[in-house]
Design a protein around this ligand. Structure first.
Ligand code: CUA
Length: 340
């Protein structure tokens, strides 16, 4: 929205931009009405009921039940409307649809790095198709950042050591701002980028254009070998580490008697601080990878592990290509068969 050529409001470029704006203007209107009413009455009563003569005293006023009920009940109703409406918009914004396309973002002083499952990687730029829900999993390589798409009316903190997520569905092609909305150091203001929303066909064409090194899962599979993960995590389950086949989404038993659900956060912790949760029946032998593996590579590794659980991965809307791990050919050991 522009007034006299001056941009005062970002474009409405996502499906929920209108909902957010309608609620925003409703709250703004209610607050302006009461702020103005109070301000005007303060001035008016100040003049109207001022002391006109020396020694004049005001009339004594007792309480008024109807008045007090009115100014308790009406604001309560208005506040509850704001709460109910706000909660409903918030829930919509916070819950990505099951069929959302998945993209990863990593914040770093001072840039945004994006990875597509198909393998494309971008810095301070993001290409997405219009008319398709998109879920972005966000993490940080160093300090607190906040990924902000003003035209999509959504943002989420990028927290070191944690995965957060946001989603949106871009409604019209165009180029829009990406900001960092959390002060993160000297060049915080320069931590900006642009998101390019393409027509679906144009997006497909763009996908064909880049992505050296294969898909994210394929890159993860190479890292899996480079870090020698495959020497212990055998698909047969006979290795020194548990088999990673079809584990995503399952609940594993731990040596301390607790259980854990295998999700992104669990996989992340198991790679970086491998001693934190040891699966029952295994020894704490795995080295920690804290500081040895970048956030981006970590995400590729997690994507590779997810690709070994084809059923579970479809829950995120992305049928994993089923990239077979290098050990997939190895026949599973038959029960009773002794390993040397
Ligand atoms: Cu990153 Cu501010």
């Amino acid at each position: 929205m522009t007034i006299f050529g001056i941009p005062i409001f970002p474009d409405q470029a996502s499906t929920f931009a209108k909902d957010v704006d309608t609620l925003y203007f409703f709250i703004l209107t209610v607050c302006s009405f009461f702020a103005l009413t109070v301000a005007i009455l303060v001035v008016y009563f100040g003049l109207r009921y001022r002391r006109k003569r020396e020694g004049q005293t005001g009339a004594r006023i007792e309480g008024s039940l109807p008045l007090e009920l009115m100014w308790s009940v009406i604001p309560t109703v208005i506040a509850m409307v704001m709460f109910g409406w706000g909660a409903s918009v918030f829930y919509h914004l916070r819950r990505p649809p099951d069929d959302a396309m998945h993209i990863y973002a990593v914040g770093k002083q001072w840039m945004w790095k994006f990875q597509h499952l198909e393998g494309q990687r971008e810095i301070n730029e993001l290409h997405i198709p219009a008319g398709r829900p998109i879920k972005v999993t966000v993490s940080s390589e160093d300090v607190l950042h906040s990924l902000y798409f003003p035209s999509f009316r959504t943002k989420i903190d990028a927290i070191p050591g944690r995965y957060t997520e946001l989603w949106f569905e871009a409604s019209k092609p165009g180029t829009y701002h990406i900001f960092c909305a959390e002060y993160c150091g000297t060049n915080h203001a320069g931590m900006i980028g642009s998101v390019t929303v393409l027509e679906p066909q144009a997006y497909q064409a763009w996908l064909q254009g880049g992505g050296e090194g294969g898909t994210m899962a394929e890159r993860g599979a190479r890292l899996f070998e480079q870090h020698a993960c495959n020497s212990c995590h055998l698909d047969s389950g006979q290795g020194r580490g548990p088999s990673l086949k079809n584990i995503v989404g399952t609940t594993v038993e731990l040596t301390d008697g607790n259980t854990a659900v295998v999700d992104d956060a669990y996989l992340r912790e198991s790679i970086l601080t491998s001693q934190a949760k040891i699966v029952k029946g295994f020894q704490p032998l795995m080295p920690t990878f804290q500081g040895l593996i970048s956030e981006e590579n970590l995400l590729a590794l997690i994507e590779h592990v997810k690709s070994m659980s084809p059923q579970a991965s479809t829950a995120s809307g992305q049928p994993a290509g089923g990239t077979p791990s290098p050990n997939a050919q190895k026949p599973p050991a038959r029960p009773g068969e002794k390993k040397q």
